[in-house]
Write a protein that binds this ligand. Structure first.
Ligand code: PGA
Length: 251
């Protein structure tokens, strides 16, 4: 049985008091749904304050990004040990906004993935096709390239520690969600691809989230698909009632 995950990516939103307030509400919702792994990902500089706010609850804390090195001359960056020390158990890697605006490519993401695994942080590894790629019939080849590139150097032992997140770029922040059938088709493909790549049937162990305009009213149908193990949520994770409804949909 794969534990379902609902993760909220707050992106560059919420001030300090707003972050604390939202975290408090989500912590209550997480404690009311112990069968679901609930994760929030606030802005880096508020991670410590949010960690204090949610201490004692089941809610897990994630960073939105991380550097591949432990420490060193990397102005503006944050390393894995620092994130762990402040209370993070998870880290989002390879988000499409990192790929698009900050030039992150598969090779860089794979370095970060290996660093996260080496430091016992759970990576939430994101990938997905653009609209142009989907319309050109290149959804599967794009996803396959990103997964193969990102997992370079990752051992089969570590594979099940990664949370995969399929996020079609055309669905992120657009209000245009993949249909449950479209998402399920790609999730099924990913599961088969990973089994094939690692030469072992990992299909029952790997968790794959869907992300891209997940809302309170479409979450249940998406998450009920056989190969969808939860959701990575942007916009709707900023509204406590909506995020709580998505957590409930994953129970
Ligand atoms: P969205 O964002 O739910 O606002 O589409 C999802 C994401 O970027 O992870």
């Amino acid at each position: 049985m794969r534990t379902r995950v609902v993760a909220g990516n707050w992106k560059m939103n919420k001030d300090l008091s707003g972050s604390r307030e939202l975290a408090q509400a989500v912590a209550r919702a997480a404690d009311a749904s112990p069968s679901v792994e609930v994760v929030i990902s606030p802005v880096n500089i508020y991670l410590g304050a949010v960690a204090d706010t949610i201490r004692g609850s089941k809610l897990k804390l994630s960073a939105q990004n991380m550097h591949w090195a432990e420490s060193g001359a990397y102005t503006g960056e944050v390393g894995p040990t620092m994130l762990k020390e402040i209370g993070c158990s998870h880290v989002i890697l390879g988000h499409s906004e990192r790929r698009e605006y900050f030039g992150e490519d598969d090779a860089l993401i794979s370095q970060k993935l290996r660093t996260a695994l080496a430091h016992d942080l759970t990576p939430i590894f994101c990938f997905g096709e653009t609209l142009a790629e989907r319309e050109a019939g290149r959804t599967q080849s794009t996803v396959e390239k990103q997964i193969r590139g990102g997992l370079e150097g990752v051992s089969s032992d570590d594979l099940t520690r990664i949370i995969f997140a399929y996020e079609p770029v055309w669905a992120i922040g657009t209000g245009r969600t993949a249909t449950p059938e479209q998402a399920q088709e790609v999730h099924q493909f990913i599961r088969a691809l990973l089994s094939d790549m690692f030469g072992t049937d990992v299909s029952s162990k790997i968790r794959i989230l869907y992300g891209g305009s997940v809302k309170a009213d479409n979450a249940a149908e998406l998450i009920s698909q056989p190969d969808i193990d939860g959701a990575l949520v942007g916009g709707a994770s900023l509204k406590p009632a909506d995020f709580e409804a998505i957590i409930q949909a994953a129970r």
